[in-house]
Design a binder for this molecule. Structure first.
Ligand code: 2AM
Ligand code: CA
Ligand code: CA
Ligand code: CA
Length: 269
């Protein structure tokens, strides 16, 4: 994809994401239809569906040949990364949206032949747009993000992770995760993978780990963290295969090796 095409697509996507966010803010306290999906805690609302539909309508109108992979099922059944693929989570952090009316984000990643071209994560209530274009750095609104160029030791790092991995689970031994929690300076849980990626890019947290995420949770975040100078692999240090569900470790490069070698690989089930 050439720079001109990328810039045009970025400008459109940015306009759409800001407009969708504005629409959510206006309707924040309107009555919602809330359904459950795989289990009682897996929520989806009419706002998730309306927002996804809005993006798909707009994208298909301008780019009828592009494919769209999105959480709530209005997109295409994407099986390969040939051509241009938009990967969209209309609301990441739906539980936060429903219970807290904050700490949720819209996430859009655009890939061309498998290469990340554009990443956008919009923290709707904070009105902060995290963005990146391939080769042009990462931004929070108009400010460039550069804190990841400073090394951190694991002892002075703040790590984002869900408390779930400290309980008995099928991915990783909880004792090893407890050891990791005691080693780092602090642990945070924000409840939106996209926001955690944005915070890693910003240097607000030094890493984020999760055992089970979907492509739309991470597609934009991978590009933004990469452009900010960070590193993203599976939680066990392998390359991410974006078309499938995956574990994730996204972090300041200086703490990647210690986490993989001393904790996740040793604790892997
Ligand atoms: P969502 O709000 O778009 O569903 C919360 O820890 C993070 O995990 C959010 O990014 C959330 O995305 C995602 N998530 C929630 N339920 C999930 C599930 N059943 N499988 C994978 N990811 C999930
Ligand atoms: Ca969901
Ligand atoms: Ca999500
Ligand atoms: Ca979602």
């Amino acid at each position: 994809m050439n720079k001109q095409e990328r810039n045009a697509m970025f400008a459109l996507a940015k306009g759409w994401i800001l407009e969708a966010g504005e629409s959510i803010r206006k309707r924040l306290y309107d009555p919602l239809t809330i359904d459950t999906k795989s289990d009682a805690n897996d929520l989806v609302t009419s706002m998730d569906k309306d927002t996804e539909y809005y993006f798909i309508n707009n994208i298909k109108h301008v780019y009828p040949n592009h494919l769209i992979m999105s959480e709530e099922g209005y997109g295409d059944d994407v099986r390969t990364f040939d051509g241009t693929v938009w990967i969209i989570d209309p609301i990441d952090g739906t539980m936060n949206f429903v219970h807290q009316q904050r700490n949720f984000a819209i996430s859009i990643g655009v890939y061309h032949n498998g290469v990340g071209e554009i990443g956008l994560i919009y923290d709707v209530i904070g009105d902060n747009l995290y963005s990146a274009k391939k080769g042009e750095g990462a931004f929070k609104n108009e400010f460039g993000l550069s804190r990841l160029s400073h090394d951190k030791s694991i002892y002075e790092s703040i790590l984002g992770m869900n408390h779930f991995w400290l309980c008995n689970n099928r991915f990783v031994h909880e004792k090893k995760m407890q050891e990791l929690v005691r080693t780092v300076r602090g642990v945070r849980t924000y409840g939106s993978a996209a926001i955690e990626f944005a915070f890693v890019a910003e240097g607000v947290i030094d890493g984020y780990m999760a055992m089970r995420l979907s492509p739309w949770d991470i597609a934009a975040g991978i590009i933004i963290v990469d452009e900010a100078g960070g590193l993203t692999t599976t939680a066990f240090g392998d390359p991410i295969e974006l078309l499938r569900g995956t574990s994730v470790l996204t972090c300041n490069p200086s703490i990647h090796k210690p986490i993989i070698h001393d904790y996740t690989r040793q604790g892997r089930k």
